[in-house]
Design a protein around this ligand. Sequence first.
Ligand code: PMP
Length: 389
Amino acid sequence: ANRVHRESLIFGPVRLEDHEEVTSNINSSFDWVEGIEGCIGNTPLVHIRSLSEATGCIILAKAELLNGAGGSPKDRVALNMIQDAEERGLLVPGRGDTIYEGTVGSTGISLATLARAKGYKCHICMPNDMAIEKSQLLHHLGATVERVKPAPITSPDHFVNLARRRAKEHEATHADGSVGFFADQFESTANFQAHVKTTGPEIYRQTGGQLDAFVAGAGTGGTIAGVAKYLKEEKNLTDVRVVLADPQGSGLYNKIRHGVMYSSTEREGTRRRQQVDTIVEGIGINRITENFESGRVLIDDAVRVTDEQACRMARWLVEHDGIFCGSSTAVNCVAAVVTAMKLPKGSRVVTLLCDSGNRHLSKFWKQIGEMGLENDTQAQAEDLFAELG
Ligand code: PMP
């Protein structure tokens, strides 16, 4: 009878019963959602007219940048990981628990936002070569941020290993009964399950199940694995071509095309390289994660996209469609065009607009400026499509 939902800053403890009474009264006469988490999912599927005209196919993109908490598909993942942890008793509201995560940015921003909304603290470990605006945003969201030198995944100082270690250290450094929870987006299957539960069904509903290809990059692999699983296994759309969009320097392309992460000539160089050598943030990786593995056999093909192609595509999308995107979106769109050009005219190709260019001003868009693409000409744009065809 006396269940306390959480402490109201102004009015003191709020009983869950009060909350339910108030919300059920309002619900009858208003159109509203429950908190910031109510702004996650049900994103529009946008027809990208210029890409359809250029390819003769129908190119559609799920506007994941409109997820209203952290502005990327990672909102879905963060929400599902937190809910899953709460169901398993690993996170308890009101106990002062801290969520720890290793992320290149988007997942951290979603977790930090939802942590605030749900009364948790958040500690983010990220590589220090990601666009600075991401860590600034995390700071303003109240997360503690550790930016670390890029290191191989085998190093204890790799950002993911550091986040795991910080979570383990939590109880020794906090004597208040709170616990540390390592969200672990790369290995936790609550990640791809978020896409099986929401992104996949939305795409199915929005296309009426009429799609010929789904194209996405992989950071953790959660999106591509989850959507592929839903469409191919749950809805039996076995003919949908699932295509990985992979930036230069990533090992996943070779894994899908040739069954090995590195070709014999690449092996040494790639091993020595500590990270994926690309300007693109959020996708491309040199190891197989649990989330990628869970959908790997459902991926039919891969397209490798150079940084230059991604930059030119980003410019094209602003110029022709008024879409200002980040780097992983640009890679997705290049790969969607390449995929469409191999399919019969009129085929429907679905991809994702992952995040806004606002989060990529200091790196990706700076490079676009330095390449002189701000003054892109029609000729340059035509070159891009000629090259992709
Ligand atoms: N785009 C952006 C901007 C991202 O941050 C990520 C994930 N790091 C992805 C795409 C890829 O999503 P996933 O982890 O589901 O493979």
